[in-house]
Write a protein that binds this ligand. Structure first.
Ligand code: ING
Length: 329
């Protein structure tokens, strides 16, 4: 029995700084209609899909930052997107900058939502791994101020039942960290939806630039195979406000094979009929976590943020192992 979800990866080309929300939403609606034409159930948009990638600039005033955020979802402009998807019978994943009053204070998150075919927000994720820096660094050709403009996500890596399967989300830099996929893998995820804005040039390490495309594919294919899940990675690519960013959106099977990839750096939708049951044979054999994992030996994974000395490692691991054995797990 196959559980097919036909998914569309809706790659966005550059979004100009002056482009209005409505002009962007016209492009997103065009993607939805192409997705419908291709028989999609779900259309996946990139990270921060409603505006240009604003963390590339330093802003002093909070008002200049907040203009890039959505304080309602759906809001006056984005309601049209929700209505169109519902009319077409499509689910979609949208990335946007979320401004919200929570726990008595104003919060700023780099957020993704999963909206089901009825138009209901059925899942939300807030980006946990924020790359870049928090202070203005004028030496850089362009800034990457996500650590200044966003808080780390506070919802964890959750998975959501939708479209007859188990879906997870992450955002951009999250895809480079194996922990991201593994936490979702340990919840039985069958398809991870992610978007990214990835400049070709990384100012602190220009010698990596030539391998950016390779690293993009490497981390998503690894995450898919090592957690027996589909991965849908969707770029905002091309040269946006003078900054070249990689494209390479792709749909990746649980075998770690890219089954569809964009050919351009522009708005381009690729699609694939993904059988969620393809995950089963990997979850039942090589990645049968319950049978094969040895968590008593993984104490350093959550016991430290950074590198420790061998002596410190011994101490952390011994404590972890003792707790693990005490739990009798
Ligand atoms: N962007 C980049 C990413 O992780 C980056 C940051 C660029 C990291 C180049 C390493 C190299 O894909 C976001 N938005 O996280």
């Amino acid at each position: 029995m196959a559980r097919i979800v036909t998914v569309g990866a809706a790659q966005m080309g550059p979004i100009a700084k002056e482009e209005t929300r409505n002009e962007v939403i016209d492009r997103l609606v065009a993607h939805l209609r192409e997705g419908k034409r291709r028989g999609c159930d779900l259309v996946v948009f990139p990270e921060l899909t409603l505006t240009t990638f604003f963390p590339r600039w330093f802003y002093e005033d909070q008002a200049d930052i907040d203009r890039w955020f959505e304080s309602e979802m759906p809001g006056p402009e984005t309601k049209r997107l929700f209505d169109e998807a519902k009319a077409l019978g499509l689910a979609f994943k949208l990335g946007y900058a979320e401004l919200i009053e929570e726990e008595g204070r104003t919060r700023h998150f780099n957020t993704a939502i999963l909206v089901d075919k009825s138009g209901a927000i059925t899942g939300k994720y807030r980006k946990i791994h924020l790359p870049g820096h928090a202070e203005h660094e004028p030496w850089r050709q362009f800034q990457h101020l996500e650590k200044r403009y966003f808080e780390p996500g506070n919802l964890g890596f959750r998975v959501f039942d939708a479209l007859g399967g188990r879906f997870g989300m992450c955002i951009c830099n999250d895809r480079r960290w194996p922990e991201t996929y593994r936490v979702m893998g340990l919840q039985g995820v069958e398809m991870v939806l992610l978007g990214y804005n990835t400049p070709v040039h990384n100012p602190p390490a220009p010698e990596h630039d030539a391998f950016g495309w390779h690293h993009n594919t490497l981390v998503m294919q690894s995450g898919a195979y090592q957690n027996a899940t589909w991965v849908v990675g969707v770029a905002k690519g091309g040269t946006e406000e003078g900054v070249p960013s990689i494209a390479g959106s792709q749909i990746i099977s649980p075998a770690g094979i890219t089954v569809a990839e964009t050919l351009t750096e522009r708005d381009e939708l690729i699609s694939a009929a993904c059988d969620l049951d393809e995950c089963a044979s990997y979850k039942a054999s090589v990645f049968a976590f319950e049978r094969h994992r040895e968590p008593a030996n993984y104490g350093l994974i959550t016991g430290t943020r950074g590198v420790v000395t061998p002596e410190e490692a011994e101490r952390i691991e011994a404590e972890h192992r003792a707790r693990w054995e005490a739990d009798g797990a």
